[in-house]
Design a protein around this ligand. Structure first.
Ligand SMILES: [Zn+2]
Ligand SMILES: [Zn+2]
Length: 106
């Protein structure tokens, strides 16, 4: 199974943390704030230059994910408590953000 075919099996929101269990039984944990800062929507990243527009200072220290919505069968949209919800996080992107030692090659 290549990485871009891996799908989440389960997703658990717990305030400022979120964990995703994948179909290959790997579990990834993220901080809600890291996902918020990694948002790639047109309001956060310049579409043409790919440069970040979002200033991390404007993102509250305590970011929580309140809800999520599947997008097709390839991505999630998250509703953050700073009312931002336009970012689309593909499964591939989420998996690549996994900070565990086996994903980071460490
Ligand atoms: Zn955004
Ligand atoms: Zn991992």
């Amino acid at each position: 199974m290549s990485t871009n075919q891996i799908r989440p099996k389960d997703i658990l929101l717990s305030g400022d943390k979120i964990s995703i269990e994948w179909q290959d039984n790997h579990t990834s944990e993220y901080s809600s704030r890291d996902l918020r800062l990694g948002c790639r929507c047109a309001a956060c990243i310049d579409e043409w230059t790919q440069r970040p527009i979002l200033d991390p200072v404007t993102v509250p220290a305590q970011v929580e994910i309140l809800d999520y919505l599947p997008v097709g069968n390839y991505a999630y949209q998250f509703l953050f408590n700073d009312e931002h919800y336009t970012g689309i996080y593909t499964f591939e992107f989420l998996r690549s953000l996994c900070g565990c030692s086996s994903c980071q090659g460490g």
